[in-house]
Design a protein around this ligand. Structure first.
Ligand SMILES: [Zn+2]
Length: 325
């Protein structure tokens, strides 16, 4: 192709870009076409979602999922993108949830115990943002899109240490005894359905009862399977509510877990049934996207950022698991 054709091609692309409707007002706004031109329009097209719902189920190993009694999760999988990801070792909760939210591995964020509340290993200085915190997806949404509304609902208090809750607009922990997890988890989904009225940019719905059932009765036991069926029933009610909103058409729903298990344990166990976790990106905003594999848990935050059209901080080591059109 000669130079003149290249020039014409570029002009056509620029004109097309200027007339493409901006799907992501949060990134570009009305100033997009005049201020940024083609480059910005390309970025706008790369932001398929205005809303992301992140469902996190503690201890939901990919190899233990009883798909036949989880029709709602199966629908998310079949209508969206699914891969089997891997968690980090040691295969325990805070270690991996911290990676989910902060886009870095445990060697960087320094959480090394199942219930870490602060780093056991000092993170490198480059891992911190200008406010002196390890940036998480919530703090990045707050920094990059002031005015966005975010929600975090969790049934295990350790989750509160794994993200910057002071940058979340509505954060709530549902406490209680271990055998009260069914009620605590259901409350998370019920409040999540109520929060849809505020059209959250990001909403976390964390479930703790599956992990508790695994520790009490074995991974893969009838009680463990029943706990997952219960999650699915609540997920179904929530999805009905979500699909009834006008935000649904711009929504991506993600589903991940922090580890699986074997017997009544998971931390420190070297077995694929412990290591493998489900990684789902579904909903209307996931249409036309493709998953990059293999997926790791530090890819979750960069994936959410990419879906929403946000920049990933330079310090994040994970990468978006979706290839954008
Ligand atoms: Zn866990």
């Amino acid at each position: 192709m000669g130079k003149s054709y290249l020039a014409v091609g570029f002009m056509v692309a620029a004109v097309a870009a200027a007339t493409v409707g901006c799907k992501c007002e949060k990134v570009c706004g009305d100033a997009c076409e005049t201020a940024c031109g083609a480059a910005c329009a390309v970025k706008c097209e790369c932001a398929p979602a205005k809303h992301v719902v992140l469902i996190g189920v503690d201890g939901c190993g990919a190899r233990w999922i009883p798909w036949d009694v989880m029709p709602n999760l199966k629908a998310l999988r079949d209508e969206g993108l699914y891969t089997v990801g891997r968690c980090h070792r040691p295969t325990a909760s805070a270690i991996n949830w911290k990676s989910v939210f902060s886009g870095v591995s445990p060697e960087i964020h320094g959480f090394t115990k199942w219930n870490s509340s602060k780093p056991s290993i000092e993170p490198p200085a480059s891992a911190f943002d200008a406010e002196g915190r390890i940036p998480c997806i919530f703090s990045e949404i707050r920094r990059q899109t002031p005015g966005a509304y975010t929600v975090s609902l969790f049934a295990w208090d350790g989750i509160g240490n794994c993200h910057n809750t002071n940058t979340v607009d509505f954060a709530r922990y549902y406490g209680g005894k271990g055998d009260e997890y069914p009620v605590r988890d259901a409350s998370v989904f019920a409040e999540g359905a109520r929060q849809l009225a505020k059209k959250p940019t990001l909403m976390l719905l964390y479930q703790g009862g599956v992990d508790h059932a695994g520790h009490s009765h074995n991974w893969g036991s009838p009680e463990y399977t029943n706990a997952l069926a219960q999650v699915d029933a609540n997920l179904g009610k929530f999805m009905t509510a979500l699909k009834g909103t006008d935000m649904w058409k711009d929504t991506a729903v993600m589903f991940v877990a922090d580890h699986g298990g074997l017997g009544t344990h998971h931390g420190g166990v070297e077995d694929i049934r412990v290591l493998e976790i489900p990684f789902i990106v579904s909903g209307p905003a996931a249409k036309g996207l493709r998953l990059r594999e293999p997926a790791m848990l530090e890819d979750v935050a960069p994936t959410i950022a990419a879906l929403l059209g946000l920049d990933a901080p330079e310090s994040w080591r994970g990468r978006a698991a979706v290839n954008l059109p």
